[in-house]
Design a protein around this ligand. Structure first.
Ligand code: BES
Ligand code: ZN
Ligand code: ZN
Length: 481
């Protein structure tokens, strides 16, 4: 999809459709909306859509009146959804060229970026493996139009971020037979080459030399070799002494291992690398947006399988940090690979860490699919990430991370157990990771709920959402101090 900005009078815009946001209670008289509002055919409620043909005096072939909700609630996040819903509606009608009208009160850079993001995210469908090409529809061109201002850069930024997010969604949706740990490494290398990032992939032997017993224990059950992907972004001129580390869980398939999962729904476990894919997507955007802070990505990739050499419940492994772990449940594998990746990231000089992981079913029980579960060992770092999430329009909710929960992870035979029993599962998983983040300011994002949509939304297809790409990018872009 091509994107652009045009400054011109709205009635002169040439397009297959011109999207016109209509606020609730607004007295919109243009575009034939006056009569429709009076007749109650449209009220301006969020995501309400009404398609009009041949509106007199309008150059665009169609006008799509799109409910924008209450004026005081219409923010960039709502604009993103509105644009997404409008584009999905129009693309289903085979409209190829679309323009979005910004009214003067909502024509800031953040609204323009959000409109482009919504459009690109809405245009996306995970249909790569459908062979009926005629059924695949997509939009050719999306133009943001305002009567004043210069929103060229805002449109470009929105495009970079949304394309990075779609890159993540594509990776997450790849089936595990086609996207093994080695293939994730290939994807990382080619992305890095395209955007001039440094990329290094540690193999089994290198990880063994580093003593990554927790990560390698998980990898044992699969014939597919593990990989630890490292991608480095260095700013031309760093404005901060900080070095940000992003760590993403890259389990290309989670069968549970010997503690095997039930068959029902197991096919979804191809998305257990969504954290890793989000970190890759974030690096793609960061390479182009060039924040003034060093950022390094670490993506431990393994397949969790019950092969004949698989680790067993009761096995004790030694993590890179030196701590020993009793593996009570081989399905709690994410925290094992993240433990070593966090240690490695610290040793590589990262001063601040964020990890993203589809870590627990418990976080889905706690927060559903709407919020990412957020844990932090440092209040300032927590606030930075929450602030970034807020401006990126990705919802996150802080959950407790208190030392008292460590008791749940007691092992009779090792320093700690990899599971904490029945209760507070998302918390005990986070407490486990905290042992490896140690004193480095760190935020853990449990994205098991938010990374995947079980039902499509008007503005987003079913499947991978691409969270938390935008938050990670914002965090790097906003960094000061
Ligand atoms: N990948 C899963 C977490 C998960 C579960 C994500 C459901 C999405 C939906 C993780 O590796 C896992 O299996 N966690 C276990 C931990 C348990 C054994 C302590 C879980 O949540 O059931
Ligand atoms: Zn698991
Ligand atoms: Zn998992």
């Amino acid at each position: 999809m091509q994107t652009s900005f045009e400054r011109k009078s709205l009635d002169k815009v040439e397009a297959g459709a011109l999207i016109v946001p209509v606020l609730e209670g607004a007295k919109e008289e243009r575009f034939g909306a006056g009569d429709l509002l009076a007749a109650g055919e449209i009220s301006g409620k969020p995501l309400e859509l009404l398609l009009l043909h041949h509106v007199p005096g309008i150059a665009a072939t169609r006008v799509l009146l799109a409910g924008a909700g209450k004026p005081e609630k219409f923010d960039p996040a709502e604009m993103r959804k509105l644009a997404g819903a409008a584009v999905r509606h129009l693309k289903s009608k085979s409209v190829k060229t679309i323009a979005m009208a910004l009214d003067p009160e909502h024509a800031g850079a953040d609204f323009a970026s959000a409109a482009v993001e919504g459009a690109i995210l809405g245009d996306y469908d995970p249909d790569r493996y459908k062979t009926d090409d005629d059924a695949k529809k997509s939009v050719d061109r999306f133009t943001v139009v305002a009567e004043a201002g210069d929103l060229e850069d805002a449109v470009a930024r929105g495009r970079i971020v949304a394309e990075a997010q779609n890159f993540t969604r594509t990776l997450v949706n790849e089936p595990a037979n086609l996207l093994t740990p080695s293939k994730v490494a290939d994807a990382a290398r080619s992305m890095a080459a395209e955007y001039q990032l440094e990329c290094q992939v540690l193999d089994f032997q290198q990880m063994e030399l580093l003593g990554m017993g927790a990560l390698l224990g998980v990898a044992r059950g699969s014939a597919e070799p593990p990989a630890l992907i490292v991608i480095r972004y260095k700013p031309a001129e760093a404005k901060s002494p900080a070095h940000l580390g992003f760590v993403g869980k890259g389990v290309t398939f989670d069968s549970g291992g010997i503690s095997i999962k039930p068959a029902d729904g197991m096919e979804k476990m191809k998305y257990d690398m969504a954290g890793g894919a989000a970190v890759l997507g974030a690096m793609q955007a960061i390479a182009q947006l060039k924040p003034a802070i060093a950022v390094t990505a670490f993506i431990p990739c393994v397949e969790n399988m019950p092969g004949s050499r698989a680790q067993r419940p009761g096995d004790i492994v030694t993590a890179m940090s030196g701590k020993t772990i009793e593996v009570i449940n081989t399905d709690a594998e994410g925290r094992l690979i993240l433990a070593d990746a966090l240690t490695y990231a610290r040793k590589q000089g990262c001063t601040h860490l964020v990890d993203a992981a589809t870590l627990t079913g418990a976080v889905v029980v706690a927060l559903g699919h709407l919020n990412v579960g957020l844990f932090a060992n440092d209040d300032a770092m927590r606030d930075r990430v929450l602030q970034a999430a807020k401006s990126a329009g990705e919802r996150m909710w802080p959950l407790p991370l208190e030392d008292d929960y460590k008791e749940y992870l007691k092992s009779a035979f090792a320093d700690l157990a990899n599971v904490g029993g029945r209760w507070g599962g998302a918390i005990t998983a986070a407490v486990f990771l905290k042992e490896f983040a140690e004193d480095t300011p760190w935020v853990h994002l449990d994205i098991a709920g938010a990374a995947w949509l079980d039902e499509s939304k008007p503005y987003l297809a079913k499947g991978p959402t691409g969270l938390p790409v935008r938050t990670l990018v914002q965090l790097a872009m906003n960094w000061t101090g």
